[in-house]
Design a protein around this ligand. Structure first.
Ligand code: NAP
Length: 268
């Protein structure tokens, strides 16, 4: 039986859940798989490794999701549109880049009632994945970002669906949006005391989704839950995007992702 040689490349990987997730997928599909972590200080080291790595495929994480993209032979439309890759397939001496975060968010959103207006914190790679997944479902995505210039780039790419929000208008925006999403790393381990926002008004009937999954309940989610929102962390998205990567590398679908039972009660 073929053994699929897979892995994850990035800079600091010791807390990654990906090896556990892919081992689980290997068991559930009866495939022989190895999934290793490859840390690189610099892109030049990564490129030298890529030329001789002998893998069938790998995931890409911070800080190489954008910088690896121009080095690949082929890209999916989604990867081109996102401007970043999180999955690389190596086949017949060529590299093919994909971004399965869009699939991961879209699959997560299948379990959430999507309102007409959404508030999104952040304007980076994962914010784009969120917007692609929402694009034909909502009227407005209100974006708040630390660097206005980067939020403006989103507005240029996605057009009128994006509305930029200033800090002083956030309270009001929270009131008008029934889905609120954090796509910044604020609150992620070890900086667990950080949050893009502290909720002070009632969030009854609203859903708050944090793409961060470590810790499982960020300060952002804790504050949202205390205010009455239904909360969801980034773990289901992580598992959904991983299942798509696994399928790209091995050609095997991991059970129907809907049946992975990765969503907490109330989201199925
Ligand atoms: P990214 O492309 O680097 O974008 C980061 C965004 O967060 C930018 O908008 C950036 O604002 C903002 N930001 C960063 N540090 C900040 C700070 N100290 N204060 C305020 N804003 C800050 O990163 P990404 O790929 O979108 O990832 C973002 C988060 O999502 C990470 O925590 C990542 O682990 C998580 N993620 C989860 C999944 C999943 O499967 N659950 C998948 C992808 C990503 P500026 O424009 O001002 O720099």
């Amino acid at each position: 039986m073929k053994k699929f040689k897979l892995g994850l490349v990035g800079k600091t990987l010791k807390h990654s859940l990906s090896p556990t997730i892919h081992e689980f997928f290997a068991k559930s599909t009866n495939l022989s798989v190895s999934y290793e972590l490859f840390e690189f200080e610099q892109k030049t080291d990564l490129l030298a490794w890529l030329a001789t790595c002998g893998l069938d495929g790998f995931n890409v994480t911070i800080p190489y999701k954008e910088t690896l993209l121009p080095e690949l032979d082929e890209l999916s439309e989604t990867a081109k549109n996102c401007g970043s890759v999180n999955t690389v397939l190596l086949k017949n001496g060529k590299t093919f880049g994909e971004n399965t975060d869009v699939f991961g968010v879209a699959k997560t959103f299948e379990n959430i009632k999507i309102p007409k207006q959404v508030l999104l914190f952040g304007a980076g790679g994962s914010a784009k994945a969120v917007i692609f997944a929402l694009e034909n479902k909502v009227e407005k995505v209100f974006v708040f970002n630390r660097t206005l210039e980067n939020a403006l780039k989103l507005r240029e790419q996605f057009g009128k669906i994006i509305e930029l929000v200033l800090e002083r208008d956030l309270e009001n925006c929270v009131k008008n949006c029934d889905l609120i999403v954090n796509s910044t790393p604020l609150g992620m381990f070890p900086n667990i005391e950080k949050t893009p926002f502290i909720f002070r008004t009632s969030l009854a009937g609203k859903t708050v989704f944090d793409l961060v999954y470590n810790p499982q309940k960020t300060l952002f989610l804790e504050s949202a839950e205390c205010s009455g929102a239904k909360i969801l962390n980034g773990l289901p998205m992580l598992i959904f995007q991983a299942s798509k990567s696994f399928e790209i590398w091995t050609g095997k679908k991991v059970a129907e992702t809907k049946n992975l039972q990765v969503l907490p009660e109330g989201f199925k």
